[in-house]
Design a protein around this ligand. Structure first.
Ligand SMILES: [Fe+2]
Length: 502
């Protein structure tokens, strides 16, 4: 009998596993799917099954049958990478294992296209109790349907064990986590088991630091830059070489300096400014505060104290007029589920508003140069609202392909490669604004960008053909709308995003 090839053996194993699973009954989910590291062009779907068998996610924009990617992890803990996604697009998906669908269709939205100046996010903190309040906060969050959710730590009380992550994070927030990407930060309670190793094991987060650690990271979403800091490690709870205060400070300084985003939000667990029972974390305030001010951070979100508190705009510890350079607004949003604690002292002069009786979450809409924040109860009623405004430069004119004229070739358009794009989107997948897209394949003679100089048309045509070949992997060439003569309807040239192995 001839030995089987590895591929044949693998296929036979998959078939036998499926048959075994089917004979024992259909597989079922032991953890509902949750979205991780969603970016403009990719995302992760993690879930767990009670049976070890091949699993996949079937997904598409309006058509579930469009694509199906398999889990890259054998066993019962599954991780599926969705690739070839388009920005600002709603995708539906179902989880399948052993050939059967295990969920109904869920949907989520990818990150906005470059140039988008509208972002809606929420934040919650100290919620990981598995109680009715946490469920109400998660459901209230889902009702406002943010594009993404941040957490400011203490995701799984009381010790951040594997079991607690399941019963006090994933289970009570399953509906939210399957439909809205979440970008957590770790709290001190998450650190009480093996320096937050279950946090690392259960989450699939960006890790754009030199240690490739998921403990702190950053990403762009529209015109907002988000940076998650691990304050527990920074004050001594974790591996200092990886995430000590000096290490994170160096990383954050570089990260913020490199960001070109109009708005910047930094979030972590231990509050630099709070009048709650724990008191302000002065080392974080002293070491990171100047970075926030120097690099235009607008909002700093924290938790730890189980209340809600908002500062006036602060610079170097002093209240400054709104709109002042270097002004930072500090929020405590530790009212997501754990028992509230009363303020133990009178309201400080820097504290603009505080509340220790309402549970809820922070809802933030950032449109152009206006940031509107609201602390919402689960029923959607507002406890507090505030706004930050600042002038933004006008939108840049559409990127355009400059064709060859008189023997010179102009620059080729590129997308907006974001070094901090979650999921590490490769540059060739960066997309240009849909309204300005034209498929490379549509750039046939007489269908591409018009040259203003007929004498240069032949040379321009040659340049276009070369450009088209070079950019075929990029997927798009942008032409000024006024010069586009393609008959292709806007958007119809979008690459389908063929499935790739994760
Ligand atoms: Fe805490």
């Amino acid at each position: 009998m001839r030995p089987r090839s590895p591929r044949a053996a693998s296929r036979a194993l998959a078939v036998s596993l499926c048959l075994a699973a089917l004979s024992a009954g259909a597989a079922s989910l032991t953890r509902q799917p949750y979205l991780q590291s969603v970016s403009r062009t990719s995302g992760l779907v993690a879930f767990r099954t009670d049976t070890s068998c091949p699993a996949q996610v079937r997904f598409g924009a309006g058509d579930l049958a469009q694509m199906a990617n398999a889990s890259s992890v054998p066993g019962t803990r599954h991780l599926v990478t969705l690739t070839g996604l388009a920005p600002a697009t709603e995708y539906s998906y179902v989880v399948e294992a052993c050939g059967a669908a295990l969920t109904q269709a869920r949907s989520f939205r990818t990150a906005p296209a470059p140039g988008t100046r509208s972002v809606h996010f929420t934040a919650m903190g100290d919620m990981g109790m598995g109680n009715a309040d946490q469920i109400a906060v998660a459901n209230g969050t889902l009702r406002v349907r943010p594009e993404l959710v941040l957490t400011v730590g203490d995701n799984a009380y009381s010790s951040g064990t594997e079991s607690e992550w399941h019963s006090r994070f994933f289970a009570p927030m399953a509906g939210l986590l399957s439909q809205v990407p979440i970008f957590p930060s770790a709290g001190n309670h998450d650190y009480q088991t093996a320096q937050a190793q279950p946090y690392i094991d259960n989450l699939y987060l960006p890790s754009n630091n030199r240690h490739r650690s998921e403990r702190y990271y950053s990403f762009d979403w529209g015109h907002v830059h988000f940076a998650a800091i691990d304050s527990s490690c920074a004050i001594g709870a974790g591996p200092q070489a990886v995430c000590g205060l000096a290490e994170q400070k160096t990383w954050l300084q570089q990260d913020l300096a490199q960001s070109q985003a109009f708005w910047k939000v930094v979030y972590f667990h231990h509050a630099p400014y709070t009048s709650g029972s724990h008191g302000s974390q002065l080392a974080i305030r002293r070491e990171l505060g100047p970075l926030f001010e120097a690099h235009g951070v607008d909002l700093v979100l924290a938790g730890h104290d189980h209340d809600y508190e908002r500062s006036y705009p602060l610079r170097a510890g002093s209240v400054v007029p709104a709109g002042s350079g270097g002004a930072v607004v500090y929020l405590v949003v530790g009212n997501g589920g754990a028992s509230l604690r009363p303020f133990s002292s009178s309201q400080p002069s820097w504290s603009a508003f505080r509340n220790d009786t309402a549970k809820g979450f922070l809802d933030v809409s950032v449109n152009e140069g206006v940031l509107l924040g609201r602390m919402l109860r689960p029923d959607g009623s507002a406890v507090d609202s505030f706004s930050i405004t600042k002038p933004l430069p006008p939108l840049a004119p559409p990127l355009a392909l400059t064709v060859a004229v008189e023997g010179e070739r102009g620059p080729l358009p590129v997308g907006d490669p974001s070094p901090t794009d979650p999921g590490g989107t490769p540059p060739q997948e960066q997309l240009l604004p849909p309204a300005e897209e034209a498929p490379v394949d549509a750039l046939a003679p007489g269908v591409g960008c018009a040259s203003s100089n007929p004498a240069g048309l032949a040379f321009a045509l040659a340049g276009l053909l070369v450009s088209g070949l070079l950019l075929r992997r990029r997927g798009r060439i942008t032409c000024p709308a006024s010069s586009r003569r393609a008959s292709t309807p806007p958007g119809s040239g979008r690459r389908s995003g063929a499935p790739r192995a994760p």
